[in-house]
Each structure stands twice: as structure tokens, then as C-alpha cells.
Write a protein that binds this ligand. Structure first.
Ligand SMILES: Cc1cc2nc3c(=O)[nH]c(=O)nc-3n(C[C@H](O)[C@H](O)[C@H](O)COP(=O)(O)OP(=O)(O)OC[C@H]3O[C@@H](n4cnc5c(N)ncnc54)[C@H](O)[C@@H]3O)c2cc1C
Length: 474
């Protein structure tokens, strides 16, 4: 009997494995692919993911592998200056290929003690009162207390559970790949700049590690979406848009993706949960999908660990869907809006011009930036202080940085009054008595995912609120 089986070892599954291990949960990740993927989908991580990595002490290795770019000021390819006042100490995104993100998260999961079984798919899931049984493709079975489907957009777990996945089917498809090109780089750059004046779905740029990354609209949505396109197809489509195929050859890999936009009806059925692309898919406009999955795992990890450890309040696990599903719904809407704005039709083009003017207002630019960066999220914890329900940015304390104190993945009471205590919960919540010029609140109680669960200065009021997130006192 394992505590948690994770179906799917992509970024969502590996992040979740790391979070669970932080809390001592016995984890098995079952991944169908025998080897890590060569396919590079995501090219980077937004601000909230950067913060999350910092909160777990992982940021250094991601920064060493990637490049920093200024955060924000861009929406549907409309580029404006980065807003001046952003509520974060991390004003950058990290550019790095998904293969590297995947590798670093897998290394983190393995180093934390997660067991990873590659080359074996989950093909069946059945649940009873005591646990879940996962049937694997090799004919064996694994028994667990919980199972999380992190198995991507075509999730087997979601289908086995019969969870609805309503939304829009793909209308448009793009061919994607990495390959060599014989044309001179300056000529490619000039041609691409010209085409992108009207076709924002077209891209051909250096990968940064040799060769070119090609994205070109396909002629139609393929019947077999899992089958990669041929080089001939890519050449044909390039020629249609650019009147040349730039001499592309020797593809490293080829793939296709579409603009299907769907959200799972439920994120949980009993002891089985969904996270990442298994729960939501959308076109990569704005590049939010991987970050969304990492943040699902960051929300779910400590709650599931609390359920395994036995101290979780009754409805704690349900708050995962309550909090994360609306966030995904908002991301889906944001990509729908961007899809309209990049259309070449006259109506959407007029709206795009209007949007470009609106983004000159700092507040509009900041609003959109916070949406894309996922730093503006506020979970509904009821009425109260402006910080309640929001994640707290990193702040400087006398003893160092707040995020450095969150590496253990526990709750944290940051008390600037020096009068508060967490007796009874000290095995789950750290007390940090310190002050910060950047924090305008007497004391804040942070959940392990950094969201503010309480603000105040009254011990009795604090004690009334602690059980909601951290269970009964010892
Ligand atoms: C062209 C493109 C560009 C993108 N760019 C960005 C970007 O810049 N930024 C960003 O944040 N996001 C981006 N995304 C989205 C991002 O790639 C996905 O959101 C992300 O990979 C989702 O992670 P996941 O772990 O949830 O799912 P996946 O990455 O799909 O991983 C699921 C894993 O489960 C495994 N699996 C599937 N079925 C089973 C089974 N039955 N049993 C066991 N294992 C199974 C799969 O092999 C896979 O390893 C982009 C996507 C595309 C297509």
C-alpha cells in the first residue's frame, strides 16, 4: 500500500511528488514514457511559478539553467512597457525549454525520495472504502490511499472516472518542431517579421541551443492528433506562408497542437483527484499551462499530505477544487480572449487596436500582467483584510527573506506584534516573530502554499481560525 500514486510524470506530477515528499508522504509516480520527452512545448515560467520555486528552495537551479526576462507588459502579442508597480519581489519570468523544466522537477522529486516508475501506463482505476487500486499496462496493480491523475490533456484517469470535459473542440491546429535550416539567419528573421505583421500564429526562431523552432498553422485539424506531422507537411505549410521553406531539414522532433479549450467538471471523485492538463486544456497563448499545473500541485500537495497524515479538517481536500477550478476557468477565458485578439478579421483587429490603446493605461497593463503572471489570484476566504486569500509576496525581515523560511512546506505565522503564539499547532505551523517594512499588517498566518489565511493581532481570533486550515490542536 502506497500513500499516493501519481499517474503521469510531467511537470504537474513531479511537482506534486516533491510537495508530498516534503511532508513525508510515500509517493509512487507512474509514467508511461520509458524516457523523458524530447518535445519542447513550454518555453518558460511566469512570476507566480518563480515565486513557488523560491518558496521551496528550487529557484537557484532553474535560474542557472534558464534566462531571465522582464515580467509582463505583453498580451496577445501587444507589447507595452512592464508596469512599474508590480506586487512581487520577483519581477521576471524564466525562459527555459520544457525539457529542462521537466528534468529539474523530476530530479527534485527523485531527490526528495519519490519512487518513479517509467515505461508503464495506468490503465484502470477502481476505488473502495479503504483505498484505490491502479491497474498498470504490464498487468500488475498498485494499491494506494489516494491517486492523482496528472496524465495530461488526454487523461486516462479522467476518462476512467467518467468526469465530463466540456468546452470547445480544436478548430485550428499548428505544426511544431525543431529542425535545421539552410537559409541565412538574417533572411529568416526578416521574412518572419514580415509574416508576423498579419499572422501571429506563425513563428520561426533560433532555439538557443542550435537549430530552429518552427510553429506554422496547419491546413486542418488532424484526425489522429497524437500522430506527428511529416517534414513534408511542415515544408508545404512554410511555403504557403513564406513562399519558401527556408531549407528546413533534419527535424529533431515534430509535433502538433490545437486550440481545444476544456475544463473538467470535477477535480475530485472520492480518493481520486485531477491536476494540471488532465483537468484543463487551452491553447498556449500567454504560456500559462505549465505554470497552472505547477500551481495546482502547490495547492494540492499540502492538503493531500494533511489527509494522509490524518490531521486535515473535514473539507480541506475539497478546497482544492473550490480554489483551483475557478483559476483554471479564468485562464481559459484569458486564452479565448487572446485568440480573438490575434484573429486577422477586421472586427477583432479593431478590438486589438482598442486594447493596445487601453494597455497604455498603467492600471490596465498591470491588471493583465497580474492575470498572466498569476500573482493577482485571491481565493475566497470570506470578507476581511485586503491580503486575505492572496498569496503574500516575498518580503525582507530582519532575519532574512520570508520565502527562505517557507522551504519546509509548513504553515507560518509571521507576527510583528511579538504577542502571538501557535501552541497546539507548532508541529504544523512555524512561528516567526519579526518585522518587515514591506508588510502593512500586524500579523499574517500563511498556509504552506503562501496564501494568507488570517490577518490580525488578537490571539483568541487567531486560535478560532487555525483549525480551519490546520486541524485540531494537539
Ligand atoms: C506549443 C505549446 C507551447 C506551450 N508553451 C507553454 C509555455 O510557454 N508556458 C506554459 O506554462 N505552458 C506552455 N504550454 C503548456 C504546457 O506544455 C502544458 O500545460 C504542461 O505540459 C502540462 O503539464 P502536465 O504535467 O499537466 O501534463 P503533461 O506535460 O502532458 O504530462 C502528462 C504526463 O502523463 C503521462 N501519461 C499520460 N497518460 C498516462 C497514463 N495513462 N499513465 C501514466 N502516464 C501517463 C504522459 O506521458 C506525460 O508525461 C505549451 C503547450 C504547447 C502545446
Amino acid at each position: 500500500m502506497v500513500d499516493v500514486v501519481i499517474a503521469g510524470g510531467g511537470p504537474t506530477g513531479m511537482m506534486l511528488a516533491g510537495e508530498l515528499r516534503l511532508n513525508g508522504v510515500d509517493v509512487l509516480v507512474v509514467e508511461q514514457d520509458p524516457e523523458p520527452k524530447k518535445l519542447v512545448r513550454s518555453l518558460g515560467l511566469h512570476v507566480r511559478s518563480v515565486e513557488v520555486l523560491d518558496q521551496r528552495g528550487l529557484l537557484g537551479r532553474f535560474l542557472a539553467a534558464g534566462k531571465q526576462y522582464p515580467a509582463g507588459g505583453s498580451f496577445a502579442g501587444i507589447v507595452k512597457p512592464v508596469p512599474e508597480r508590480l506586487d512581487t519581489a520577483h519581477r521576471y519570468i524564466i525562459g527555459l525549454p520544457q525539457t529542462v523544466t521537466d528534468r529539474l522537477l523530476e530530479e527534485h522529486a527523485a531527490d526528495s525520495g519519490a519512487r518513479i516508475r517509467r515505461g508503464c501506463a495506468v490503465v484502470g482505476v477502481s476505488e473502495d472504502d479503504d483505498g484505490v487500486t491502479a491497474a498498470l499496462a504490464d498487468g500488475t496493480e498498485v494499491r494506494a490511499r489516494y491517486l492523482v491523475g496528472c496524465d495530461g490533456g488526454r487523461s486516462t484517469v479522467r476518462k476512467l472516472l467518467g468526469i465530463g470535459f466540456p468546452g470547445e473542440a480544436a478548430q485550428t491546429e499548428w505544426l511544431l518542431g525543431e529542425m535545421e535550416a539552410t537559409e541565412a539567419p538574417e533572411k529568416i528573421a526578416a521574412a518572419v517579421a514580415e509574416i508576423r505583421k498579419t499572422q501571429l500564429g506563425f513563428g520561426l526562431g533560433p532555439t538557443g541551443y542550435g537549430g530552429w523552432r518552427v510553429v506554422v498553422p496547419a491546413g486542418r485539424v488532424a484526425e489522429d492528433r497524437a500522430a506527428p506531422p511529416t517534414l513534408e507537411e511542415v515544408k508545404e505549410r512554410l511555403t504557403l506562408f513564406a513562399a519558401t521553406d527556408f531549407g528546413v531539414h533534419s527535424p529533431r522532433w515534430l509535433s502538433r497542437f490545437g486550440d481545444a479549450t476544456r475544463l473538467a467538471d470535477r477535480y475530485r471523485v472520492g480518493r481520486v483527484l485531477l491536476a494540471g492538463d488532465a483537468a484543463h486544456v487551452h491553447p498556449p497563448l500567454g504560456g500559462q499551462g505549465l505554470s497552472l499545473g505547477i500551481q495546482d500541485s502547490f495547492n494540492l500537495g499540502w492538503k493531500l499530505a494533511a489527509a494522509v497524515a490524518g490531521w486535515a479538517p473535514n473539507d480541506l481536500l475539497d478546497t482544492y477544487e473550490i480554489e483551483r477550478r475557478p483559476v483554471a476557468a479564468e485562464v481559459l477565458d484569458l486564452t479565448r480572449a487572446q485568440a480573438v485578439l490575434i484573429s486577422t478579421e477586421p472586427g477583432p483587429q479593431a478590438v486589438r487596436r482598442l486594447f493596445a490603446q487601453l494597455m497604455d493605461f498603467e492600471d490596465v497593463n498591470r491588471f493583465l500582467t497580474e492575470r498572466i503572471m498569476a500573482t493577482g489570484i485571491r481565493y475566497d476566504f470570506g470578507a476581511g483584510h485586503a491580503l486575505l486569500g492572496r498569496r503574500l509576496r516575498d518580503v525582507h525581515l530582519k532575519r532574512g527573506r520570508l520565502y527562505e523560511l517557507m522551504r519546509e512546506g509548513r504553515g507560518l505565522l509571521l507576527d510583528q506584534t511579538g504577542n502571538l503564539a501557535v501552541d497546539g499547532w507548532s508541529d504544523r505551523v512555524d512561528l516567526v516573530t519579526d518585522v518587515s517594512e514591506e508588510l502593512d499588517a500586524p500579523a499574517v498566518l500563511l498556509r504552506p502554499d503562501g496564501h494568507v489565511a488570517w490577518v490580525g493581532d488578537d490571539q483568541r481570533n487567531l486560535v478560532d481560525h487555525l483549525p480551519r486550515w490546520f486541524g485540531d490542536p494537539n
